[in-house]
Ligand binder design. Structure first.
Ligand code: NAD
Length: 260
């Protein structure tokens, strides 16, 4: 058990990548806090973990809401004693050319990805410092933390921004034994990706099959999607890593789409 008795707060863990990380962390002995604005689905995930013999709770958390973030982290500390791992993972996608993108949609995406990362980082860093144990902060970046694609301006900007935030957390957190790193997955078949396949097909005037083959997987070495399991295993590796030697980094899991 690589994460025995660690407390992991995972945002957006009611679905997709975050949910898989929650399930795999629980198998490694971590106590899991499912922090998601979709409370019913978050509670169902927590129940699934408990039924499989793990320990988990759900908290209602819109990551853009300062009071909800602070309350959710306080509830986690009250229940489990500390927060040792933060996975800042909640996210959305908006497909649009810049010239058609509304300011509201720009702000909405930036708020979830960057305000959310900041607010959860601040609350969890405070808890990690208070516990005296430090901890590991992991951001869910993307290949789009390093590469650009058309139709994704706010997403690419936000995912690049997370790399900068992680580097600052690495520098400020070191004295309290807090590490920060970014996982950068390629395309993973989750609801977030399933929704954008028809949207991209429409914007680009191509078929959905072409979106998958010639847009999403074209630059991979083998034409394969990255899986939620690939990302969860990377998240276990980062959280279990014992020292500050691995901090301020981004690790790409993308079937070679992006090579650093
Ligand atoms: P998903 O749609 O399956 O899950 C996203 C979760 O985030 C949902 O449970 C949703 O309720 C929650 N969420 C959305 N807005 C929220 C908010 N304001 N506050 C709290 N929770 C909120 O998506 P996914 O594919 O699992 O994506 C998870 C993360 O991984 C995102 O940050 C995404 O950008 C990133 N990512 C995904 C892919 C991919 O191909 N799927 C690739 C690289 C990075």
């Amino acid at each position: 058990m690589l994460l025995k008795d660690k407390v992991a707060l995972i945002t957006g863990a009611a679905s997709g990548i975050g949910k898989e990380i929650a399930m795999e962390y629980a198998k490694q002995g971590a106590k899991i806090v499912i922090a998601d604005m979709a409370l019913e689905a978050a509670s169902a995930t927590a129940k699934e973990i408990e039924q499989a013999g793990g320990t988990a709770m759900a908290v209602a958390m819109n990551v853009t809401d300062e009071a909800q973030v602070d309350q959710g982290v306080a509830d986690a500390v009250a229940a489990y004693g500390s927060v040792d791992v933060l996975i800042s993972n909640a996210g959305i996608q908006i497909i649009s050319p810049i010239v058609d993108l509304s300011l509201d949609n720009w702000k909405k995406l930036i708020a979830i990805h960057l305000d959310g990362a900041f607010l959860t980082t601040r609350a969890c860093m405070r808890a990690m410092i208070a516990s005296g144990k430090g901890g590991s902060v992991i951001y869910m970046g993307s290949v789009h933390s390093h590469e650009a694609s058309p139709l994704k301006a706010p997403y690419v900007a936000a995912k690049h921004g997370l790399v900068g935030l992680a580097k600052v957390v690495a520098k400020e957190g070191a004295k309290n034994n807090i590490r920060a790193n970014v996982i950068c997955p390629g395309f993973v078949r989750t609801p977030l990706v399933d929704k954008q396949i028809p949207e991209q097909a429409k914007e680009l005037g191509i078929s959905e099959a072409d979106v998958i083959k010639n847009v999403m997987l074209k630059e991979t070495v083998d034409g394969e999607f990255t899986t939620v399991q690939d990302v969860a295993q990377t998240a276990i590796f980062l959280a279990a890593f014992a020292t500050n030697a691995l901090t301020g980094q981004s690790i790409t899991v993308s079937h070679g789409w992006h090579m650093q």
